[in-house]
Design a protein around this ligand. Structure first.
Ligand SMILES: [Zn+2]
Length: 410
């Protein structure tokens, strides 16, 4: 772990604090009872660069800590995300005329949740995934996957092997890569001359507007705006040619980028989104100030809810052992005295404890035994899905709750 004092892109000292969330463990390191006594915590603070406006954490955690053993995220676990991937396939197949001679490369391809849809339609694919256990799940589905960290060097090697992509995809990975220029240069190298790369990441505009502080965790290095990212793309030999706002993860951007030398021109959507960010103040440091006070108010609201539930003798449980929930619970200082357990469909997490709060993770099948009065949906972005699959909660008068940006009964 090292402290980052200067902007990871432009080197300017990071002096403007967006929010300081105290010390917490890594959001994806689930622990056993015996590991819980000796858990490593790291400061979690976010600053905005006064020069290039990249919003970023001030701690560098080594990839070894992030990916060793505890890395148990499987994309196919949520139905909504698999459906999002299927729709993406339909759209891009038509828009870019993909066919059996094309190549689609996904960086951070996880368990093949996306590439499986292209494969079904006879478009050759290649996955690139750094976590070996997750890559193995993709290979079992018949999706060729290389286990490596993608960057300019590995892209150059693949290009020498004759690989060039018509479409490259990187969903929810850009924000996790400390050296953005090295990473993005790999796309400029591996794309065909007129190829397109798409990138999805949570839009920092929604983080600020909806007080989504629970999307902040150590491995999530950057909180990106189009304004900040366009300069980084240019430095890597890419240009943004189109942008869409998509609903995933509480509001994300999907950028379409082409090589600088390509013949493509930017759609009007790019100028429009730049203007929207300017209106929201994201083109200046001042647009980020005042966020920390709003986080305190969300936290106070949730603590008041817990206190009220306790004095009324009500049982509170959580749903969804995702990174988001872990930041939220740890910033609020919640423990298993507040939430009896968190239900999660991921078998890899069941039987373990959440990092920091040490709340046990149990299978959703046990909902009817535990019969909580309140079920706090921690990944509020999939609240509809959680309510649809856990409707049994209402049979004993239980209520679904979300806590961001304020406590609400659904
Ligand atoms: Zn900077």
């Amino acid at each position: 772990m090292t402290i980052v004092t200067n902007c990871r892109f432009c080197g300017t000292p990071l002096t403007a604090t967006v929010v300081d969330l105290g010390e917490t463990p890594l959001a994806n390191s689930f622990v056993t009872e015996s590991e819980a006594t000796n858990e490593k915590c790291y400061p979690l603070s976010v600053r905005v660069c006064s020069s290039c406006l990249l919003v970023q954490t001030t701690i560098a955690v080594s990839p070894r800590d992030v990916f060793s053993g505890g890395y148990v995220y499987f994309s196919s676990v949520t139905d909504a995300w698999v459906e999002h991937a299927r729709r993406y396939t339909d759209t891009t197949m038509a828009r870019f005329g993909l066919e059996p001679r094309s190549l689609v490369v996904e960086v951070a391809s996880n368990d093949g949740y996306l590439l499986q849809h292209f494969l079904k339609r006879d478009v050759p694919v290649l996955g690139i995934e750094p976590a070996a256990n997750v890559a193995a799940a993709a290979v079992r589905k018949g999706i060729p996957t290389e286990v490596l960290f993608f960057n300019a060097e590995t892209a150059r090697r693949m290009r020498q092997e004759g690989k060039r992509a018509d479409l490259m995809v990187a969903n929810n990975v850009l924000a996790h890569v400390p050296d953005l220029v090295d990473f993005l240069s790999g796309f400029a190298l591996l794309l065909k001359d007129e190829g397109i790369a798409t990138f999805e990441f949570p839009h920092v505009l929604n983080l600020v507007r909806e007080i989504q502080f629970d999307t902040i965790y150590h491995e999530h290095v950057f909180y990106l705006s189009l304004t900040a990212v366009e300069r980084v793309f240019a430095a890597a030999g890419l240009m943004v040619v189109d942008v869409e706002e998509v609903p995933t993860h509480g509001g994300s951007l999907r950028l379409y980028a082409a090589r600088r030398e390509s013949s493509q021109v930017a759609a009007y959507s790019v100028a429009e989104l730049r203007a929207k960010e300017r209106m929201a103040g994201l083109d200046r440091v001042e647009g980020y100030l005042g966020f920390a006070e709003r986080v305190e108010a969300v936290k106070a609201g949730f603590l008041a809810f817990l206190k009220q539930a306790r004095s009324a003798g009500k049982t509170v449980a959580g749903y969804g052992a995702a990174a988001k929930g872990n930041t939220f619970l740890n910033v609020c200082g919640a423990t298993r005295n507040d939430l009896v357990c968190v239900f999660d469909r991921s078998v890899a997490k069941q039987g373990k404890l959440l990092p920091g709060s040490h709340i046990p993770v149990v299978a959703p099948e046990r909902l009817a035994d535990i019969r909580p009065d309140y079920l706090v949906i921690l990944p509020w972005n999939i609240a509809d899905e959680v309510m649809a699959t856990n409707g049994i909660l209402r049979s004993w008068g239980g209520a679904f709750i979300v806590a961001v940006p304020e406590v609400r009964v659904l």
